[in-house]
Design a protein. Structure first.
Length: 276
C-alpha cells in the first residue's frame, strides 16, 4: 500500500465541544470552520535524564505533553465564539464577550493532502485563547485580514491520547468528520438509500446499516424529528419505518434525510425521496 512521501495543504477544519462528566470527556457533533489558512503545532514536553554508572543517559525518557501552536483562519465564526470561547448572544442578536465567561475545551479535526493519500487528524483535548482584533484602513487594494487562535493540545483526560490520524482508504476515514474518532472506534456504514416513497402506493421504508463492531440502533430521525417506537421495527441494524407514519408527516415531494443514531459509533444519514 502506497504511503505519502510529503504532505501539504490544510482544509476541513472542525471543532467538537467537550463535556466532562467525572473527568470522562464526551464530544459534541463536529462543526465545520470554513477558511483554513495555516496550522502550526510544536511538541510540548521535555527529556528526563538520569546519570549513573558514569553514563549520562543511564535513564532517559521523553515526556509527551501534547502540542502548542496557532490556528489561522480567514474568520473565526460566531458559532465558535459562543460554543467554545463563552460569548453569548443577547435578545437583540449582539454577541457579548464577558470577562467571567468560561472557555470550553474541544477536539480539533483537520485534513492534510499528500502525494499519495489524504490524512485526517484529530487533537483530543484543545484549549484556545481569544483571537487578536486587527484591521487596517482600506486603500486602493483590498487586503483581507485573517484571524489566529493560539491553541494548546493536551492528552485526553481519560485515555491520555493526544491525537489520531486516519489515512484515506482506512476504516473511519469516510465518516471521520461526522463524530470524533476514538481509538478502536466502532464505525457504522450506510447501506443503499431506501426505495422512493410513493404517496399513492405507500410502503414501509427499510434501511440497513453495517458496522465493524458491536452496536445497536438508538434513535431514528426523519427530517429532524424522532420516529416514535410504535412506528419503528428494529432487527439488528435493519430499520423499518411504518408507511402510515411517513404519510402522517404530510411531506411535500422532494428529498428528506433519515438519520440513524447508534449506541456506539457514528450516526449515518440516508436520503428518502417522496413522490406522488
Amino acid at each position: 500500500m502506497m504511503s505519502n512521501k510529503v504532505k501539504y495543504g490544510l482544509k476541513n477544519v472542525y471543532y467538537a465541544p467537550i463535556t466532562l462528566t467525572n473527568n470522562i470527556p464526551s464530544y459534541g457533533t463536529p462543526v465545520h470552520i470554513p477558511g483554513a489558512v495555516n496550522l502550526t503545532l510544536s511538541p510540548v514536553g521535555e527529556k528526563v535524564k538520569f546519570a549513573a554508572d558514569d553514563m549520562e543517559d543511564y535513564f532517559a525518557e521523553n515526556v509527551n505533553n501534547g502540542y502548542d501552536g496557532t490556528l489561522e483562519m480567514a474568520l473565526i465564526p460566531d458559532s465558535f465564539r459562543t460554543d467554545i470561547l463563552g460569548d453569548t448572544i443577547d435578545k437583540n442578536g449582539a454577541i457579548i464577550e464577558n470577562a467571567n465567561a468560561t472557555v470550553k475545551r474541544f477536539a480539533l479535526m483537520f485534513e492534510f493532502d499528500g502525494d499519495a493519500k489524504k490524512t485526517r487528524h484529530v487533537l483530543y483535548n484543545v484549549l484556545a485563547n481569544r483571537p487578536n482584533i486587527e484591521g487596517t484602513t482600506r486603500s486602493s487594494t483590498k487586503e483581507p485580514k485573517s484571524e489566529t487562535l493560539e491553541i494548546e493540545a493536551r492528552p485526553a483526560a481519560d485515555t491520555s491520547d493526544v491525537k489520531a490520524k486516519v489515512k484515506q482508504g482506512d476504516t473511519g476515514y469516510d465518516t471521520f468528520f461526522t463524530a470524533v474518532y476514538l481509538k478502536d472506534a466502532v464505525v457504522n456504514t450506510a447501506g443503499a438509500n431506501p426505495a422512493d416513497f410513493s404517496k399513492q402506493a405507500a410502503a414501509d421504508v427499510e434501511i440497513t446499516t453495517t458496522s465493524n463492531g458491536t452496536t445497536a440502533v438508538k434513535n431514528v430521525l426523519v427530517n429532524g424529528a424522532p420516529v416514535p417506537g410504535v412506528s419503528l421495527t428494529i432487527d439488528a441494524l435493519k430499520v423499518t419505518i411504518d408507511s402510515d407514519y411517513i404519510l402522517g408527516l404530510n411531506l411535500a415531494n422532494g428529498n428528506y434525510p433519515i438519520v440513524v443514531e447508534f449506541t456506539k459509533g457514528n450516526a449515518v444519514t440516508y436520503t428518502l425521496t417522496v413522490k406522488d
